[in-house]
Design a protein around this ligand. Structure first.
Ligand SMILES: [Zn+2]
Ligand SMILES: [Zn+2]
Length: 311
């Protein structure tokens, strides 16, 4: 199940460190790439990750704090230099268009491709992207500026008739259709074969939630209950609860509570304040509250599967 993964391109908070870039993540779903946030330096991280930039068609910007979007104009400029001609979709606070337009205008950059801007809804959860296999939702967070998180939800796939039954009973197309509609099979001697013996049930759909900058609030978990893999910001340790509240960020305690409430199958955390150059203490604090937590590092990749995601 390596067809659904997320790669961390930046795990620092407001400013980069020598080890951590500002926020960006790359979701790979059946070889289609989706970029979440684009802090300064993201295109360098994408190059280091050997990502084919032309495969990115959708970019999701959680909010307009610089550590989440200052890399976007540079990335757009590079896509242009590499001869992109397909439209690029950007899901964001609509004011992003002003930011990009002024940079393109002053740098006299003429784009060879269209940018389609999709404004985020900061009041309620909303479906913002859909194709045959995947749905992406935005959900509002509580930060100092309008902010959304994103939920990547695989669509349920249909059951299949198992190959052994097709050859054993020499099934016609009509018989296969009838089995897929849930019917049993009547064979020549009048024997009835139960539908459950003929079909393979698909794996349950998988999901990934990106919970960007936010303070903790009571209904937050409802946006991603039972998610397979949950990423949240974890900017501060618990002794800075007051600061976290003032700055609309979360502490280890908030994050652990959120993980329990949402019944997330696995929790990964990032967006650490640059004051924690060594994250050992933060790690032991959060693991004492929620033992399975993983602190992310730049270029970590997590595979999202139906049991526990592996890193
Ligand atoms: Zn941030
Ligand atoms: Zn922020």
């Amino acid at each position: 199940m390596e067809n659904f993964s997320v790669t961390i391109l930046g795990s620092s908070s407001a400013s980069p460190t020598s080890q951590r870039n500002t926020t960006s993540q790359l979701v790979n779903f059946f070889d289609r790439l989706y970029l979440i946030d684009c802090g300064e330096g993201t295109q360098t991280q994408l190059r280091r990750n050997h990502t084919r930039l032309s495969k990115i068609n959708h970019i999701f910007i959680s909010h307009l704090h610089g550590d989440h979007f200052f890399g976007l104009a540079g990335l757009i400029s590079s896509l242009n230099l590499f001869g992109r001609n397909r439209p690029l979709h950007i899901y964001s606070d609509p004011r992003i268009k002003q930011v990009i337009d002024i940079q393109l205008e002053i740098s006299e950059t003429v784009l060879l491709f269209e940018i389609e801007y999709h404004p985020l809804n900061f009041r309620q959860k909303e479906l913002i992207f859909e194709d045959k296999k995947l749905e992406i939702f935005s959900f509002p967070l509580e930060h100092r500026v309008p902010t959304c998180g994103f939920l990547f939800q695989e669509k349920p796939s249909a059951p299949n008739v198992n190959k052994k039954s097709i050859s054993k009973y020499d099934l016609s197309v009509d018989q296969i259709k009838s089995i897929l509609a849930g019917k049993d099979l009547l064979v020549g001697n009048g024997e009835k074969i139960a539908n459950s013996e003929l079909v393979i049930q698909p794996n349950p759909p998988r999901s990934y939630a990106f919970c960007s900058d936010t303070k903790y609030f009571d209904s937050l978990y409802q946006n991603f209950e039972h998610v397979n893999l949950l990423y949240t910001e974890c900017t501060f340790m618990n002794d800075l609860q007051e600061v976290a509240h003032q700055k609309f960020h979360m502490t280890t305690q908030d994050v652990a509570q959120l993980a329990v409430e949402s019944a997330a199958k696995k929790l990964i955390v990032g967006h650490f304040s640059a004051r924690y150059r060594d994250t050992t203490l933060l790690q032991s604090e959060i693991q004492s509250l929620y033992p399975q937590t993983i602190l992310v590092n730049d270029f970590d990749t997590f595979f999202i599967n139906n049991s526990e995601p592996d890193s």
